[in-house]
Design a protein around this ligand. Sequence first.
Ligand code: COI
Length: 355
Amino acid sequence: MKATLQIDITKIQESKIEKTDFENLTFGKTISDHMFVADFINGEWTDFRIEPYAPLALNPANATLHYGQSVFEGLKAYKNEDGEILLFRADANQKRLNESAKRLCIPEVPEELFMEGLMQLLDLDRNWIPNKPGFSLYIRPFIFATDDYLGIRPSEKYKFMIFTCPVGHYYAKPVTVKVEQKYTRAAEGGTGAAKAAGNYAGSLYPALLAQKEGYDQLIWTDSKSHQYIEESGTMNLMFMINNTLITAPTHTGTILKGITRDSVLTLAKEMGYEVEERFLTVAELQEALETGSIQEAFGTGTAATIAHISKIHVNEVDYEMPQKPVDSFSLQVLKILDDIKYGKVKDNHNWIIKL
Ligand code: COI
């Protein structure tokens, strides 16, 4: 790999890898040895470095702690059978990070800085990338404000960091969801399309209420009427109804432009499925559940990949989803995606960067 940016590397003295139980990985708990760091000071990104993963020292007046000026991404690296590292759609994540950053008045990260920092980090921590089916290295790039100032204005200083975690499945089993018609995740004109830390904070309380009732996640609806299905917070949502794949459009700015969402829609069209990017109403969903015209419901996301939905709660009624047959769309598309990610088939879409 040809290095184009000067990145100072300090290696960990003793790797944690030998003490890591790769058979029992809880999402986001096991962190690899190193992290990439860059600082934004005096209007430019500077001081690029890779260091041992370690706590940060923050001043209590740190702007992010008070006002949440922080955005993040999630992407994954895989290993093929020859042990080569394959990175899935990193260019799309880099672009989305900057779209999120713009919405939060955070300086954008140049493509070269994102890619070079990431590549060198992956190269150093390559042994942390699992090479088992269903496992991967989850990569978490993020940018946050570092001014120590309590006045409300965009921070003048920031940190851009990347660390990684070996992971298995985010959801160990099919998920149960409840249609939420009181609380709101995102409103038009708000930050719903950005991967902003605050979006996740605001979703926790309603999700907790649903969990107390026995559901894993919520299906968010639009903020004005609560009649239109939006997304699930950790995932975009897709419904196969009468052999048509339906998912919410992203033009309202209330829905995250999921990269797995885009990949699944691209593959679905190639597989010959009818695809509709339109708002499904809660009434339509309930009718499809009542009549059985709904064949599949699933979430898509980097962490979740494709998560089958086994139960949907709408208007006080629990609807069990049918068991997925092996030829179901979601299983087929998951296999195609996995084959691309693990380098088992030709990557016709230029989605893979090989290190
Ligand atoms: C992802 O899928 O990468 C996410 O960001 C979802 C979640 C773990 C916050």
